[in-house]
Design a protein around this ligand. Structure first.
Ligand code: ADP
Length: 621
């Protein structure tokens, strides 16, 4: 016998679970039965793909037994793929998924009170400790002779010893706690299995003793029954109109290992040239690892009901990684390898059709503004990622993207913006940057406000990359207002003559600023602000540069902004009159620095800025 310690996070997870899921303890049954179902899926695959297992008769069964007399134990047994010693240690002593691991370690300490969050992801095998004092797992891996027994009381340690077992598979025996005893009952088990595992594609048997009575109602004796619970048909193959919403919901929970709800279900049973079934779910909440590099793909591939893989990130484009579900093809060969999958025509057809279906469903969601706001909050960024990557569906995706706007506090679609456009408006205007409040107060908006023109506020990191890929929406160009010349098509706030008159002032300021700016221009667009900074047409924005820097692969090029001056502003006019060179210098830099701050940029030399401000303030007092 060997003793082992649980990984720290396992102990933390156990602790969290007891506190947060206690009122919903019966879910342990769902977790154990879906593990058994996965184990059967894996063995089924071996029997069709691996010569060593071709001789095996695959007679899948999940069996549930319990101690009716003393209610001391409950057993869930399967004849699936099983685990050997190393796998028992790896699977039942650690949390393999780094996302879950991080999540659990973040939830401890101060954040423990948020522990109801834990219901959002699959709690798995360990949930059985909510009803057990001790758990024993006896398992024999398919193809191996030695069986192993894993035992633990869930208090930090487990032990493993040699054991014997007829046939492959795993038997999980729960030594029930006082308040787990309610589960050693035929009706409780039957109703929980029906509720949580009706869609499992393998037969589930419940063993119980039935008391027989004679005509006079006197006990005659007991007989042992082994009754099949549930339909043992894969849910996705059942006729759509026979499936209840709760059944979809439970199926989603099983395959996603997410305890949450679904926002939408997309079930397609395609016949014809290609025969396949897809069942996709859009979850209500984004999984916590949605933006991690090591997110898990949410789609399982089956071929004729045989599970092939759940680890192929190519089954759907990565921007749809929040979608969970199943693809089951009748046409793919059962022995598909990963390499074949990558370039398989059948699969790529299914994939393309699936993307269209899913986008269609999202479009349908978008018809309900309130519902769509919910979707957008969780997955809006993914839709925008799609704009960047999925060229074929760009038009559909453009309809689904939402942006903030100067029109009001809510979000708008490009279609809605276009509908509100003025008759002679030439472009869809936007301003991008890192902070919504800075953008909303930008002096660049002055001219647009004055003209009653709407401007999209793009403060989401991803907006910038996306919008750089999208030049127009239904033939209307998209135009960044923080670029030089963006105001060419606006009515001028200042006339030709006052602009001309201020040219020498711009030159004077450029001389003072030297290399700090690319250019100083007289602006036709500023109304009340003295100055603003803009970018040259092809220069990347501050936001873009920050992102490149974060990616680490582009050295920060020193991109100099262009300073625009308001010819009608008192300060600008006065610069024209001052003779004192030091003062021209100070005022020019202050104008430039102020404009940079307002645009959300950081100053190169804050100390020099402070010194200048003090000198001018001293003069003014
Ligand atoms: P999850 O199922 O989400 O991966 P679990 O904690 O429920 O997490 O299980 C951990 C791992 O243990 C599973 O991924 C699987 O490899 C293995 N396992 C659990 N139950 C069984 C079983 N009945 N037969 C074979 N392997 C199992």
């Amino acid at each position: 016998m060997s003793k082992h310690a649980f990984q720290t996070e396992v102990t933390q997870l156990l602790d969290l679970m007891i506190h947060s899921l206690y009122s919903n303890r019966e879910i342990f049954l769902r977790e154990l039965i879906s593990n058994a179902s996965d184990a059967l899926d894996k063995l089924k695959f071996l029997t069709v793909s691996d010569d060593r297992f071709k001789e095996n008769v695959f007679d899948p069964k999940i069996e549930v037994r319990f101690d009716a007399k003393d209610r001391k134990w409950l057993e869930i047994s399967d004849n699936g793929i099983g685990m050997n010693e190393a796998e028992l240690i790896e699977n039942l002593g650690t949390i393999a998924k780094s996302g879950t691991k991080n999540f659990v370690s973040q939830l401890t300490g101060d954040r423990k009170k948020d522990s109801n969050l834990i219901g959002q992801f699959g709690v798995g095998f360990y949930s059985a400790f909510m009803v057990s004092d001790t758990i024993e797992v006896v398992s024999r891996k398919a193809g191996e002779d030695q069986a192993w027994k894993w035992i633990s009381d869930g208090k930090g340690e487990y032990s493993i010893e040699e054991a014997s077992r007829d046939g492959f598979g795993a038997t999980i025996t729960l030594r029930l706690k006082e308040d787990g005893k309610e589960f050693a009952n035929r009706w409780t088990l039957e109703s929980a299995i029906k509720k949580y595992s009706n869609h499992i594609p393998f037969p589930i048997f419940l063993e119980y003793e039935q008391t027989e009575y004679d005509d006079k109602g006197k006990e005659k004796g007991k007989t042992q029954k082994n009754e099949q619970i549930g339909s043992a048909t894969a849910l996705w193959k059942r006729p759509k109109n026979s499936i209840k919403p709760e059944e979809y919901q439970e199926f989603y929970r099983t395959i996603s290992r997410d305890g949450g709800d679904i926002m939408a279900t997309i079930h397609t049973q395609a016949e014809g040239a290609l025969e396949y079934t897809t069942l996709f779910f859009i979850p209500k909440r984004a999984p916590f690892d949605l933006y991690r590099m090591d997110y898990r793909s949410g789609v399982k591939l089956y071929v004729k009901r045989v599970f092939i893989t759940d680890d192929d990130k190519e089954l759907l484009p990565s921007y749809l990684r929040f979608v969970r579900g199943v693809i089951d093809s009748e046409d793919l060969p059962l022995n598909v390898s990963r390499e074949i999958l990558q370039q398989n025509k059948i699969l790529s057809n299914i994939k393309n059709a699936s993307v269209k279906k899913i986008l269609g469903e999202i479009k349908r969601l978008s018809e309900d503004k309130e519902k769509y706001a919910e979707f957008h909050k969780e997955f809006g960024r993914c839709v925008k990622e799609g704009l960047y990557g999925d060229y074929a569906n760009r038009d559909e995706l453009l309809e689904l993207a939402r942006f903030k706007t100067t029109k009001d506090d809510g979000l708008t679609s490009l279609a809605e913006y276009k509908e509100r456009m003025k008759a002679d408006q030439k472009a869809i205007y936007y301003i991008s940057g890192l902070s919504e409040s800075l953008l909303r107060n930008s002096p660049l908006l002055e001219a647009y406000k004055a003209q009653g023109l709407e401007v999209l506020i793009m403060d989401d990191e991803i907006d910038e990359i996306v919008i750089s890929q999208v030049n127009e929406y239904k033939t209307t160009p998209l135009k960044a207002i923080n670029k030089v010349g963006a105001d060419d098509d606006l009515p001028k706030t200042h006339g030709e003559s006052s602009i001309k008159a201020a040219e020498p002032i711009a030159q004077k300021v450029k001389q003072a600023l030297g290399d700090a700016v690319k250019e100083v221009r007289v602006s036709a667009r500023l109304n009340s602000s003295p100055a603003c900074v803009v970018l040259d047409e092809n220069d990347p924005s501050v936001q873009m540069r920050q992102m490149f820097r974060a990616l680490g692969d582009i050295p920060e090029a020193d991109i100099k902004p262009i300073l625009e001056l308001n010819p009608a502003h008192e300060i600008v006019q006065k610069i024209g009159e001052i003779k004192d060179e030091a003062l021209v210098n100070d005022v020019s830099f202050l104008l430039f620095e102020q404009a940079q701050l307002i645009a959300g940029m950081t100053l190169k030399d804050p100390a020099a800025f402070g010194a200048r401000l003090s000198r001018i303030t001293a003069k003014a007092i």
